[in-house]
Design a protein around this ligand. Structure first.
Ligand SMILES: Nc1ncnc2c1ncn2[C@@H]1O[C@H](COP(=O)(O)OP(=O)(O)OP(=O)(O)O)[C@@H](O)[C@H]1O
Ligand SMILES: [Mg+2]
Length: 250
């Protein structure tokens, strides 16, 4: 069953296409990687799929709901984590979540469950201004999980985190997918995508230029790498961003 269905989704800003007729599907319980250079259109896609930004054209369904006409039904079924989300510095971790739970009318019991899930139980009573970046990110993820969404959108969830914390967050992502959650992930860490994602799409200037399993991507290009399988990073560099280096779009 497909949890995300995207059909010719397009978004223009001032006549320029940031997202250009992309189409793909994501299965329930799949970790789907959405990779591309800075400015490729990843966050814009997430903002459309989470009902924060209207598409210029095209359509999409998330958890069975049209992202435009059924936005209000869709919202309770999705969670989203952006890199720069606010937390209240003067509040404790638990109070931050209690506040969010009241706002979203979620059962308060979920607060401690969510803290436990992200490993913040021991820090629940600490003010978040004392938190490291890794703890903040875990708290933001906990907040996105309060209402037990079916689909979780993660926009660069491990950006700027040390390898210990990044690994913890990756384990959490795998754990959530194993419980049946569908995960839409953007990252600039190719090894992370290789390790976590069942399938990976490469986005270049708003267009999907390749979509396959990591192994499928590598196999498709093996012959051009002297028979040795390239890494996802090799393929990222090959398939995307030629315009950044002064070349033509493929
Ligand atoms: N609100 C906006 N107004 C005008 N242009 C925008 C707006 N939001 C995004 N863009 C443009 O759309 C393009 C895609 O941006 P987007 O943020 O989706 O890229 P991204 O793939 O998430 O990049 P990054 O890896 O840097 O996060 C960029 O050219 C950006 O400047
Ligand atoms: Mg972005």
């Amino acid at each position: 069953m497909d949890t995300i269905v995207v059909d010719s989704l397009t978004r223009e800003f001032d006549g320029t296409r940031a997202v250009d007729q992309i189409s793909f599907t994501v299965e329930a319980g799949e970790i789907f990687g959405f990779l591309g250079p800075n400015g490729a259109g990843k966050s814009t896609t997430i903002r459309m799929l989470t009902g924060q930004l209207r598409p210029t054209s095209g359509s999409a369904q998330v958890a069975g709901c049209d992202i435009v006409s059924q936005r209000d039904q869709m919202k309770p079924q999705i969670g989203v984590v952006f890199d720069c989300q606010n937390i209240y510095e003067r509040m404790t971790a638990r109070d931050n979540l209690r506040f969010a739970a009241r706002l979203y009318r979620v059962n308060g019991q979920r607060v401690d469950e969510a803290l436990e899930l992200v490993g913040l139980t021991d820090s629940a009573k600490k003010r978040t201004k004392t938190f490291s970046n890794g703890m903040r990110q875990r708290l933001v993820i906990a907040r996105a999980l309060l209402h037990q969404p079916k689909v979780l959108f993660l926009d660069e969830p491990t950006r700027g985190l040390d390898p210990h914390i990044a690994r913890d967050i990756r384990s959490l992502i795998v754990q959530l997918a194993e419980q049946g959650m569908t995960i839409f992930l953007t990252t600039h860490y190719m090894e992370e995508a290789d390790q976590l994602c069942r399938r990976v799409a490469f986005l270049d200037r708003g267009r999907i230029v390749a979509l396959d399993t990591p192994a499928g991507h590598k196999a498709a290009h093996q012959s051009t790498y002297g028979g040795e399988a390239p890494t996802l990073e090799d393929l990222f560099v090959k398939l995307t961003g030629s315009y950044l280096r002064g070349g033509e779009r493929m």
